[in-house]
Design a protein around this ligand. Structure first.
Ligand SMILES: [Zn+2]
Length: 101
């Protein structure tokens, strides 16, 4: 079941909530630490569905909202975020390997 948002698009699809790019098609489907994601959702008052899901953001847009570049530590430890995954976009792969210090 899809729910339409005022800005167009649906929460339950892969479209980036900001720029509308299909995050699945460009390979930017990833899992961030809950507090990081929730912080951005709260800060920007992003609309959520009845399960509290805010939908998807591409990396470019998420970093814009966050105000900094993502690093490996921002991603949760799961197969989706394997730094050697080949399905991710070049940008996602770079961020998954981004270990400052
Ligand atoms: Zn975007």
């Amino acid at each position: 079941m899809k729910r339409k948002l005022p800005g167009g698009g649906s929460i339950r699809c892969f479209d980036c909530r900001k720029c509308g790019v299909n995050t699945s098609e460009i390979g930017e489907y990833y899992g961030l630490r809950t507090e990081l994601w929730q912080g951005v959702v709260d800060c920007w008052k992003m609309q959520t569905d009845e399960f509290g899901q805010a939908g998807m953001l591409c990396i470019h847009c998420f970093e814009n909202l966050l105000g900094r570049t993502l690093t490996a530590e921002d991603f949760v430890d799961c197969p989706l975020n394997d730094e050697n995954r080949i399905s991710g976009s070049p940008l996602l792969q770079q961020r998954l390997k981004n270990r400052p210090g």
